[in-house]
Design a protein around this ligand. Structure first.
Ligand code: FAD
Length: 825
């Protein structure tokens, strides 16, 4: 068994110890700088509200498991979860709509919930002012976590099972040899370890610094106050209960004013996010003192009363009973925020055996701990945690300035109504392709991803709306789906299908895998037989040992020992780089995304364009589909890949960044005679869905296998070499899938959905939409959805969009050009 050291005995560290024990690991030491009975981190004062519903399926499932687990941790006949239910209320019409959307998320992810009118809200929560509340969203299984108690009970039970706890002992350094952890240093000496897991909460940055890893979290103070006794809550039986079970009313969220509430017996607890962000540097708090109590702990700063004033005013409006009392006590409590609001879980890229589980709420604590323990013990978690991965952040997102600004912004927006396409306002223009100035000249509307500016459509194409054939005319959208969208997208789709368009593909990850071990590495990691002759592109999957999809890749063999990999995320790069390091035969993995650029030149006229600017041969015979060639365009060396995400003839044309401007201009001027336009990601997304191309992370993830997800074409059955996941696939291929990623078309031809909506069959929520778009070629909205395989082709289902049911039909996949004539000709 591995020797494990866990740093931090908060709700996360103790759960990790417990989950590892449950999976048979026994040599576990937990080191905590504070006293074990009350370590003094965020857990020690967390009011413990658990609202499970999130736009993210992953986060919702991590929360549900936390509820289940806390209910199961019992002592003296009492569990660690008070399931009082959760109520989110709306005081604005926009929030009423938002709650419908949240109700949809809950249905999608299998959480029972109800929408309530004002009267029903009052029945459930009589203290609300009926003149203020317009409606509510109720989740019976939400409630209050008794986090500090759970931590103590976990310490008790895991200690009995052999976990060593060392309190009042700070870890001051991480010991390592040959890029592997070997132990931790403390004032009491060194503790040897094969695996070190930092569960240091908002101290994570300091722990990361010990090993040279930027941990993208920002500790921020958040205000929590308790009222004096509220006369209307006095004298109830509930007030006499022990151990914090002193609440019967649902936990309450008033997101329009950045507020939440719980009962503490006769008192109210009020949490507030509406104040200015108050960043903290954990290091500045000094060492945790020997004496820690409820009022004195490092994570508890002095209450800044003036910041709380708006909260108190709004609270008295919402809950008139509070007018009869005062604020008795308050504090500014510290916990972690991150650039995208997600937790940080995973292994340090530069140090094997150093793992983190930080920026985790109580809400997700047991879920995260279970996932991490599963990854450590089996290589895969049952809940996909790609969106929690430490390695999801790109280099530009790991600077302190970026982390601080974006994490603080996340604090500000925590309860805001956020459209799925809503971009960051700042920082912007961190990464732009060499085509940026040309794109601006053409009126590009940019949205941001991982620091990249990506055009979604070009205002310069607006005039073409007049020449748009009537069958291509865009539908009128509802206000929500019309946000961050333009009818110009229809023009760009039409031009791509009928003439030719250029798409900026620079932001897609590209890296080079080279050296004598390159072939072995890619054979071992992927489902494809990449031992092709040079000049061939293979579509491939990275799998885990259970046959779950880690990612999908395009692998181009450029030479005997040289491959180029088109990948999805920074996590792919981290994973492949780590595997490369551990391989005996030398192999180098080099990220070339930023030093190169790429234009997708696609459409039936693309060959006409490229042949006028390149001396090379673009005939089917010498340059077939899924071929890759080194060519020149107008004197520039270009790597041309004959493939297309939009399902049309064409090439991805890559060159080094300094030649990008010339590449764009050459194509642009040669394309004029053929009706070329620049097109953005709006059209791209619509066209790729019509063609049935999956997007990793949205349509499929590690919870799915290739047969369910419809990407079995990436599995080369004849490949004799062993690869990760092969044994599992041999078993899976014989099974009939119980669920399938299905293509749906909307029956009325005009009702849009955007993704994550629940899908109903026979009045039961049975699945959810992954991604969706208007299919301009098929002239109706298209959605992909995970559904039970019993829902057959041609059957009618209903998608719930803001409470409205939209009929859709399970359609053949793909909708467009199933024989790929457009790609092959
Ligand atoms: P912590 O509890 O902070 O534990 C980390 C531990 O690591 C600490 O005990 C620390 O002493 C130890 N440590 C750090 N560095 C070292 C070192 N070098 N050596 C040894 N030990 C070290 N979440 C919810 O889900 N619902 C809520 O309603 C909620 N309300 C909140 C209200 C407030 C006011 C605050 C501040 C937070 C709230 N949270 C809530 C967030 C939640 O409290 C935290 O996210 C959670 O407790 C973090 O748990 P943790 O175990 O990661 O961190």
């Amino acid at each position: 068994t591995q020797r494990v050291v866990i740093i931090g005995a908060g709700i996360v560290g103790t759960n990790v110890a417990d989950e590892l024990l449950l999976r048979g690991w026994t040599d576990i030491t937990v080191v905590e700088q504070g006293p074990l009975h009350m370590p003094g981190g965020s857990t020690s004062h967390a009011p413990g509200l658990v609202f499970q519903t999130s736009p993210s399926k992953t986060m919702t499932r991590l929360a549900s498991y936390t509820v289940e687990k806390l209910l199961s941790i019992e002592k003296d006949g009492q569990s660690c979860f008070n399931q009082v239910g959760g109520l989110e209320i709306a005081t604005t019409p926009a929030r009423v709509e938002e709650l419908k959307r949240r109700h949809g998320f809950a249905s999608s992810w299998g959480i029972e919930s109800r929408l309530l009118n004002t009267q029903e809200c009052l029945q459930l929560y009589p203290h609300l002012d009926r003149n203020v509340v317009l409606g509510g969203f109720y989740i019976p299984s939400d409630g209050l976590a008794l986090a500090a108690r759970a931590t103590q009970l976990l310490i008790e039970r895991t200690s009995k099972a052999g976990v060593r706890y060392i309190g009042e002992t700070p870890v001051t350094a991480i010991e390592q040899k040959d890029s592997r952890v070997t132990g931790v240093t403390t004032p009491r000496g060194t503790i040897p370890a094969d695996i070190v897991i930092s569960c240091a909460g908002f101290w994570g940055v300091e722990l990361g610094a010990m090993v040279g890893v930027s941990i993208p979290l920002l500790p921020l103070a958040h205000q929590y106050a308790k009222t004096a006794a509220v006369p209307k809550l006095a004298g109830r039986e509930v007030n006499k209960r022990i151990n914090g079970m002193n609440a019967t009313l649902p936990i309450l969220r008033h997101q329009d004013q950045d507020l939440y509430y719980r009962e503490h017996g006769e008192q109210y607890g009020i949490g507030f996010y509406g104040h200015r962000p108050m960043p903290v540097v954990a290091e500045s708090l000094g060492l945790t003192p020997k004496h820690v109590d409820e009022k004195n702990m490092p994570s508890r700063l002095e209450f800044t009363k003036e910041d709380f004033e708006p909260a108190w005013n709004e609270s008295q409006k919402l809950l008139p009973a509070l007018r009869d009392t005062t604020i008795e006590d308050g504090f500014n409590g510290i916990f972690s925020f991150t650039p995208d609001g997600g937790p940080i879980v995973g292994q340090a890229p530069n140090l094997d055996g150093f793992w983190v589980a930080e920026a985790v709420w109580v809400t997700h604590s047991a879920g995260v701990a279970r996932a991490l323990a599963e990854v450590l013990t089996t290589g895969q978690s049952q809940v996909d945690i790609g969106e929690c991965e430490l390695s999801r952040f790109e280099d530009v997102q790991l600077s302190r300035a970026y982390i601080n600004e974006t994490s603080a912004q996340n604090f500000v927006e925590i309860y805001d109504i956020i459209h799925p396409s809503q971009p960051k306002e700042s920082p912007r223009n961190l990464r732009v392709s060499p085509f940026y100035s040309r794109q601006k000249d053409q009126g590009a509307f940019f949205l941001e991803l991982a620091g990249w500016e990506r055009p979604f459509w070009y205002e310069g194409n607006r005039s073409l709306l007049n020449s748009l054939p009537s069958e291509w005319k865009p539908i009128e959208r509802d206000p929500w789906s019309a946000k961050f969208h333009s009818p110009i997208v229809a023009v760009e789709a039409w031009k791509t299908r009928s003439a030719v368009a250029m798409y900026d593909m620079t932001s897609f990850h590209r890296f080079e895998v080279s050296g004598p071990g390159a072939l072995d590495l890619l054979l071992r990691l992927t489902t494809a037989d990449v031992n092709t002759k040079s000049g061939v592109i293979s579509y491939a999957l990275l799998l885990n040992n259970h046959g779950g999809i880690r990612s999908d890749l395009f692998i181009s063999r450029l030479d005997k020992d040289l491959f180029q990999v088109g990948a999805n995320t920074a996590t792919d790069l981290a994973y492949i780089s780590r595997e490369a390091r551990q391989q005996e035969k030398w192999v180098q993995v080099r990220d070339i995304t930023g030093s190169t650029c790429c234009i997708g030149l696609w459409g039936p006229r693309s060959r006409d364009v490229i042949t006028t600017i390149s001396p090379d041969d673009f005939s089917n015979k010498s340059f077939p589909y899924l071929g890759v060639r080194n060519i020149t365009i107008n004197g520039i060396p270009v790597t041309a890949l004959r493939k297309s995400y939009v399902g049309e003839l064409g090439w991805e044309l890559q060159t080094s960044a300094e030649c990008g401007g010339r590449l764009w201009d050459s194509i642009w001027s040669a394309g004029k005679n053929h009706g070329i336009i620049a097109a953005g990601r709006g059209a791209f997304n619509a066209l790729r869905l019509e063609k049935g191309y999956r997007t990793y992370g949205l349509d499929m993830n590690s919870e799915h296998n290739p047969y369910e997800a419809g990407v079995a074409n990436a599995v080369r059955a004849s490949k004799w070499e062993d690869y990760i996941g092969k044994t599992a696939l041999e078993r899976l291929v014989k099974q009939t899938p119980t669920r399938l990623l299905r293509c749906l078309t909307v029956n009325d031809g005009r009702s849009m959905v955007l993704g994550k909506e629940p899908v109903f069959y026979n009045q039961k929520a049975v699945g959810y939409v992954t991604t969706a778009a208007f299919g301009y070629t098929v002239r109706k909205p298209v959605a992909y959805a995970w559904l039970p395989s019993t829902v057959a082709l041609g059957q009618i289902v209903e998608i719930e969009y803001f409470g409205r049911r939209i009929k859709a039909t399970v359609a053949n996949d793909p909708l467009y050009d199933p024989d790929s004539r457009r790609l092959l000709d």
